[in-house]
Design a protein around this ligand. Structure first.
Ligand SMILES: *[C@@H]1O[C@H](CO)[C@@H](O)[C@H](O)[C@H]1NC(C)=O
Ligand SMILES: *[C@@H]1O[C@H](CO)[C@@H](O)[C@H](O)[C@H]1NC(C)=O
Ligand SMILES: *[C@@H]1O[C@H](CO)[C@@H](O)[C@H](O)[C@H]1NC(C)=O
Ligand SMILES: *[C@@H]1O[C@H](CO)[C@@H](O)[C@H](O)[C@H]1NC(C)=O
Ligand SMILES: *[C@@H]1O[C@H](CO)[C@@H](O)[C@H](O)[C@H]1NC(C)=O
Length: 323
């Protein structure tokens, strides 16, 4: 009985959903703008999974231009434009009729604009259901995309190429640059290492994948791929893949995924149920982290390394053990 009622309800949702999708515009009209204030409007992806807009930083009258998971109570931020330079209330993001995007403060000072935009005419701008915010030309080539402006988080379908980096943020509530980086090195290794700020001097890695082959270059890694089933793999030039972790995931049909280089230096994959369980929401669950034990694997000169965060790591290990 209960099951058939549930299926019936699900059926209703399936009927209702397309109507709400149709009510939303996928492409953002050129000439639109957003203003930094509480409860200001946002640009949503077609299904409403992701939103792009301003988010107030806790207890401050400052705002981040960000992308977040919009259908869950946490509204978890997965990308931010101006972590080191938060925008005062009243700042404005303008999308001009020729497709230029600029964030300016209340005194008309420029706060942010996209870097490395490829040349060409912007035909449309869209917040996609993958979480990628794109400026595209008439051929649907991306002239700029948030997926290539890496911060601390990667999402399913996102790919990191050689040389691309994630940066941790300072703390859970501060989005300025933190002390750790993840990078796919030119020799094919995925490495995690502490950095000095503000020089970004790189200390010895505390994690490296075994995906470099000095003898056969074709057998070396060249991409970190977060595939559409939610698995993170290092892809080698010859097409072979190395899973980052041997673990079977809960189905991506039912869970949102993200992988974040956390402020404590752990690269962690998280899952979040897409709907409440037994009427109540649970938050993000850590699925795995690398390195598994940050202190044992650390060798060499760690600088101001991650081991000082031991108690935090301990807490997180207990959290995972309880899953
Ligand atoms: C967005 O605009 C582009 C270019 O005009 C078009 O090809 C695409 O279908 C539009 N997308 C949606 C969802 O309307
Ligand atoms: C790294 O991979 C090579 C080739 O697959 C293997 O022979 C070697 O034992 C691995 N090293 C480690 C430390 O796992
Ligand atoms: C994603 O990668 C996993 C291995 O980590 C593989 O089993 C799975 O088939 C891949 N999914 C897709 C859609 O490529
Ligand atoms: C996953 O399992 C395979 C086969 O057992 C093994 O070769 C590989 O090293 C494992 N990878 C990791 C990241 O543990
Ligand atoms: C939902 O509630 C039922 C009955 O109380 C319980 O058996 C089940 O484990 C709960 N499921 C979850 C995911 O909490």
């Amino acid at each position: 009985m209960a099951l058939s009622l549930l299926l019936h309800l699900l059926g209703l949702f399936l009927v209702v959903e397309p109507l709400s999708v149709a009510a939303q515009t996928a492409n953002i009209s050129l000439g639109s703008s957003l203003t930094a204030s509480q409860g200001s409007s946002t640009w949503q992806s077609p299904s409403g999974t992701f939103a792009f807009g301003f988010r107030r930083i806790a207890d401050q009258d400052l705002f981040l231009l960000a992308i977040w998971y919009d259908k869950i109570p946490d509204k978890t931020i997965v990308w931010y434009a101006n972590g080191d330079n938060p925008a005062p209330k009243g700042s404005k993001l303008e999308l001009t009729t020729d497709g230029q995007l600029t964030l300016t403060g209340p005194r008309s000072q420029e706060i942010w604009k996209p870097e490395s935009v490829l040349s060409g005419r912007v035909a449309y701008v869209a917040m996609l259901d993958t979480g990628n915010f794109v400026l595209a030309n008439n051929n649907a080539d991306y002239l700029w995309q948030s997926f290539k402006d890496l911060k601390d988080t990667v999402l399913p379908t996102q790919v990191l190429e050689i040389g691309e980096k994630l940066n941790s943020r300072q703390t859970a509530n501060s989005y300025s640059q933190g002390r750790f980086q993840l990078q796919l090195k030119s020799d094919g290794r995925l490495v995690l290492y502490p950095i000095a700020l503000p020089t970004e001097f790189a200390y010895q890695p505390y994690y490296q994948s075994n995906t470099s082959d000095a003898v056969d270059e074709m057998n070396s890694g060249y991409q970190l791929s977060f595939n559409e089933s939610g698995y993170l793999n290092v892809v080698r030039r010859n097409g072979n893949i190395d899973k980052l972790i041997n673990k079977t995931l809960l189905p991506i049909r039912d869970y949102y995924y993200r992988a974040t280089l956390d402020s404590d230096g752990l690269f962690t994959q998280y899952a979040h149920p897409k709907s409440p369980k037994n009427g109540s929401w649970t938050s993000w669950l850590p699925v795995w982290s690398i390195p598994e034990n940050i202190c044992f694997e650390a060798n060499g000169d760690l600088g101001s390394g991650p081991c000082g965060y031991n108690s935090l790591l301990q807490t997180r290990r207990e959290q995972k053990a309880n899953l």
